[in-house]
Design a protein around this ligand. Structure first.
Ligand code: TYM
Length: 332
């Protein structure tokens, strides 16, 4: 079985709809066909300041949501990044292979550091993509299921894998991004020119999966569309409606042409009312399942402990090869 690996940050509160449709949904599907490794990236989370108690709670919350979304510990390896120390160890080697200019060109760093100010932004934030490279290469992943915003980091991973292999001999699998065109970028409901995100979206434009279903329904009904009345997919001229059609189509498994047909002659209001219902039907059981996992932290922690053990077995083997290739003296 080909291998996939991906990660998600333990953000405060809950995952948003972009995380789910852009990434987690694919993770669930790929566990059937692939040897799948998925992790909560707490090392990445501390590249910006975190309250320790919140970080711990959000890490459990992230794991609970991944299970609620359909990850099955019998079918995939689910773990917490800091439980596998090899991530930080391989990241150091990768840092030493990355050009300063090369790292400076990562657009996510540029965006995030511009917001924080150059002196506030940590060196960890700067080398964030290099840690992600280590995450992926440790598992010899063939594919990395992510949203479009992560593409540049996967390209860096490919470059560094090839560089290492070229310099020290074949060691790492060169991975490919796995990005589904339809859901690569889910947009903000109030401003369909920007991606849905915790940092950029206004509360009304952001669908948090654990919000009150009623509040979610309201956000869908007040989504920004356009002054036209025709329900048609046209990402360029009708970004708001197209985003709603994408969401509707993926959550229900109905093709977009079918939806266009269904709503011919009906107004935006009809589409939004139906989509609000679809969304409520999706988030209601998701909230319940997440809560069940949170109510039983022992089970949750033991799933994560087993995951870490399986992950470490793979990661330790890759790291020891890399140490050897680089020329580190074995500790006898
Ligand atoms: P993170 O936690 O920001 O996001 C998790 C996943 O959600 C996707 N995503 C979106 N997809 C479509 N539309 C959106 N509006 C949207 N917003 C977020 C992201 O593309 C991502 O796939 N650096 C990563 C985490 C990471 C990782 C890794 C991923 C760390 N190590 C190794 C893959 C492999 C991140 O911060 O994702």
């Amino acid at each position: 079985r080909p291998r996939v690996l991906s990660g998600i940050q333990p953000t405060a509160g809950s995952f948003h709809l972009g995380n789910y449709l852009g990434a987690v949904r694919q993770w669930v599907a790929l566990q059937e066909s692939h040897d799948a490794f998925y992790m909560v990236v707490d090392l990445h989370a501390i590249t910006v300041p975190q309250d320790p108690a919140d970080l711990r709670a959000n890490t459990r919350l992230a794991a609970a949501q991944l299970l609620a979304a359909g990850l099955d510990p019998e079918r995939c390896t689910l773990f917490v990044q800091s439980h596998v120390p090899e991530h930080a160890q391989l990241a150091w080697i990768m840092n030493c292979l990355t050009g300063f200019g090369e790292a400076s060109r990562m657009t996510q760093f540029k965006d995030k550091s511009a917001k924080q100010g150059a002196d506030r932004a940590s060196v960890g934030l700067f080398t964030y993509p290099v840690l992600q490279v280590a995450d992926i290469l440790l598992y010899q992943a063939n594919e990395v299921p992510v949203g479009e915003d992560q593409r540049q980091h996967i390209e860096l991973t490919r470059d560094l894998a090839e560089r290492f292999n070229g310099r020290f001999g074949e060691t790492f699998t060169v991975p490919k991004p796995y990005i589904l065109k339809e859901t690569a970028k889910i947009f903000d409901l109030q401003d369909p020119s920007i991606k849905m995100s915790k940092s950029a979206s206004t509360p009304k434009g952001l669908i948090n999966l654990l919000d009150e279903p009623k509040a979610t329904a309201k956000k869908v009904k007040s989504a920004v569309t356009d002054t036209d009345t025709v329900i048609r997919y046209d990402a360029e001229h009708k970004p708001g409606i197209s985003n709603l059609l994408t969401i509707y189509s993926t959550l229900t498994g109905t093709g977009i042409p079918e939806l266009e047909e269904k709503y011919t002659g009906k107004g935006y209001g009809a589409l939004k009312t139906d989509l609000a219902e679809v969304m409520v039907d999706f988030v209601t059981p998701f909230r319940e399942r997440t809560q069940q996992y949170l109510d039983d932290p022992e089970t949750l922690d033991s799933i994560l402990a087993k995951g870490a053990e399986k992950a470490r077995a793979v990661a330790a083997e890759t790291l020891s090869q890399a140490y050897d290739r680089v020329g580190f003296l074995p500790a006898k």
